[in-house]
Design a protein around this ligand. Structure first.
Ligand SMILES: *Cc1c(COP(=O)(O)O)cnc(C)c1O
Length: 380
């Protein structure tokens, strides 16, 4: 939360425009975060994960600062190009792509693609001949609050075969990628994946294929309720592991921060719609907000991401609440298994501020479920 955001929200309220929830993103925080990544990992190129927040002003700022872009679709490629990034600063990092989208990306100038199996390599060899590919390996996501688990990547033992196949088909077998899980609070979790990556480099070198790059993925955290290490600690830990596993032949590296780049730059203002109890002796109040799982807070799924919430009554006595969204779907409950403590003075119409909401909110917002509009966004 920054003074600029609070000032913006004050003006919005005074103008009477505070009719629904809204996200405000402060570009100064995005700039600070980019600079912190660049400083903590000075020899590493930054590929911002566009899906975290594709607002044009965010992408434009990052393009101006020198960032590259990790994209997952043709639309994200076009958004990155529109922000001013040249095609050589854009990767198509999704391992699951339609061949016609690979061809479209190739026509737009994209030459760097992710794969995790031989069938995907074959699509790229046909639709984007001569391109660079990197092979994603599985990571168990241990230590992460939003693990990405098994959907992407292959077993490390399989990666040399996938990359050798790419080499045989005339592609450049460029490197290895992994993602240690989003909101990864342990900087040491890169070590195991880097050990696997180094082994893949050695195995392929023995077969005459020389890889160049390790893609360290995302996973850098945003501070929610619990403290997280500074990005500097991640840089140091990653560098130690690179030295340990690659010796003095450290490969080219890239990172793909999403959450760590924009999460802390955003603040949502929402409103209490109802406070009620389900029975006279109920110890837990139900607090319904005008924002929920379908209009911005999807990452509360399984109560995984627990956002800090500020109210006008902070400092007063607090009690446990079930926190829920406004839609008519019973899964639209944010925190129930682990009730959220909020002030007893919280009333219908009270405003609440939800911190750390710059990443994975706007794009997870439904277009109009129950008639609730997508999350209003302002970038300042
Ligand atoms: C989502 C994603 C990221 C960003 O992850 P964060 O944990 O938000 O930093 C990076 N790389 C890939 C391939 C992704 O899918």
């Amino acid at each position: 939360m920054t003074d600029r955001i609070l000032e913006f929200l004050r003006a919005r309220r005074e103008a009477g425009n505070d009719t629904g929830p809204c996200l405000v993103v402060d570009l100064d925080v995005v700039r600070d975060n980019y600079n912190a990544f660049a400083k903590a990992l000075p020899d590493t190129r930054v590929f911002y994960a566009v899906k975290a927040n594709p607002e044009p002003k965010v992408l434009k700022l990052l393009a101006e600062l020198g960032s590259c872009f990790d994209t997952a679709s043709v639309v994200e490629i076009e958004q990155s190009l529109a922000a001013g990034a040249s095609p050589d600063r854009i990767s198509f990092g999704n391992t699951i792509k339609k061949e016609r989208d690979i061809a479209r990306a190739y026509a737009l100038g994209i030459r760097l693609f992710a794969v995790d199996c031989e069938a995907e390599v074959e699509k790229i060899a046909r639709a984007a001949p001569g391109s660079k590919v990197f092979c994603r390996i599985l990571s168990n996501g241990a230590g992460a609050e939003w693990p990405l688990s098994r959907k992407f990547g292959c077993a490390p033992e399989m990666a040399p075969r996938v990359l050798e196949h790419a080499h045989r088909l005339g592609l450049t077998a460029y490197g290895v990628s992994f993602h240690v899980g989003s909101q990864q609070r342990n900087p040491k979790m890169w070590d195991g994946a880097l050990k696997d990556a180094a082994k893949i480099f050695r195995d392929l070198a023995e077969r005459g294929v020389h890889l160049s790059m390790v893609n360290l993925g995302g996973g850098f955290p945003t501070k929610y309720l619990k403290d997280v290490p500074a990005v500097k600690a991640y840089g140091q830990s990653i560098f130690r592991s690179l030295r340990k596993h690659f010796g003095n032949r450290i490969p080219e590296t890239i990172i793909e921060p999403g959450r760590g780049m924009v999460g802390a730059a955003g603040l949502i203002e929402a409103e209490v719609v109802l406070v009620s109890k389900k029975a006279d002796d109920d110890k837990v109040r139900w607090v319904y907000l005008d924002i929920g799982k379908f209009n911005g807070l999807a990452e509360t799924m399984d109560e995984m991401i627990r956002y800090p919430i500020r109210t006008e009554k902070d400092g007063e006595d607090m009690g446990p609440c079930v926190l829920a969204g406004p839609t008519c779907d019973s899964v639209d409950v944010l925190y129930e298994k682990d009730p959220y403590f909020l002030p007893f003075g919280l009333e219908i119409g009270s405003k609440v501020l939800i911190e750390g909401t710059g990443a994975y909110t706007t794009t997870y917002s439904a277009v109009g479920f129950n008639g609730f509009p997508p999350l209003e966004t302002h970038v300042i």
